[in-house]
Design a protein around this ligand. Structure first.
Ligand code: ZN
Ligand code: ZN
Length: 259
């Protein structure tokens, strides 16, 4: 059995003291590969550096909507430069966040569409962050239909909305909240989305799944999310593990990467 955690932040300072041990316990739990995701210049650079230091890591680079104020010609050149590293498999995470609104929405949109333009040019998959911004998100991604695909990370929308993103060619990634008691909407999403279009993730150190709530989240816990998906879909764990791993390999072209 082998799982891929499609979205981790091992570049977060909460892992700085024990990242090696965290990766080891992931491998022991059957999580063979992780995509280490950046959210600004510093964390993107660190994600790339760590992907060379540790086995089973790839990197994604980009400017998160929380950091949209750092989006400018210089920072975007730095992100573009990181793309040439063979460990970088995606651009992200980028998108819109109308829940926190840490950056003005206009600035978020500017950073988002500016990066999408480059993504279309470089033909890399995108990792999308989308929080309470479904309508603007769908409209924007529809503009790029056919030239950009990727994954809706930590999906939190409805099943109906998932249909629209599937139609645009996106994968839907399920995170720890699917294990929470109040996960009704997400259960419908998991039932609805074909296994061939699902990815799994922890988004660690955030969103720790049951039964580890209250602890720092880590990639080993993605097993709980896979288990829950198997339960919801009435499939065995192996089937969910195999197919979500295949999906991640296909999207991020991980074929040649040490897993
Ligand atoms: Zn996110
Ligand atoms: Zn994230």
């Amino acid at each position: 059995m082998s799982l891929i955690d499609s979205h981790v932040h091992l570049n977060d300072r909460r892992f700085q003291d024990d990242i090696g041990a965290v990766i080891n316990s992931a491998h022991k739990a059957g999580v063979s590969h992780m995509i280490n995701v950046g959210s600004n210049i510093a964390t993107s650079k660190l994600a790339v550096k760590q992907s060379h230091q540790f086995k089973g890591l790839s990197a994604a680079v980009g400017i998160h909507p929380h950091h949209a104020d750092t989006y400018n010609r210089k920072s975007i050149k730095e992100i573009e430069a990181l793309l040439s590293d063979k460990k970088v498999v995606a651009w992200g995470e980028i998108g819109l966040d109308y829940h926190y609104d840490f950056s003005p929405r206009q600035q978020q949109m500017k950073a988002f569409t500016g990066q999408l333009e480059l993504i279309a040019r470089h033909k890399v998959p995108v990792i999308i962050h989308n929080r309470e911004s479904h309508r603007d998100m769908l409209r924007t991604l529809t503009d790029w239909k056919g030239s950009i695909t990727g994954v809706m990370h930590c999906y939190s929308g409805s099943a109906e909305m998932a249909r629209s993103f599937l139609d645009l060619g996106y994968y839907i990634s399920i995170a720890g909240p699917v294990t929470f008691k109040n996960a009704r909407k997400l259960l419908d999403v998991v039932k609805y989305v074909p296994l061939e279009s699902l990815l799994i993730e922890t988004d660690c150190p955030y969103l720790t799944p049951v039964p580890y709530r209250g602890k720092r989240n880590e990639p080993a816990y993605v097993v709980e999310t896979a288990r829950k998906i198997a339960e919801i879909k009435g499939l065995d764990f192996e089937t969910v593990a195999r197919q979500t791993t295949e999906n991640a390999i296909k999207l991020f072209k991980l074929g040649k990467i040490d897993a």
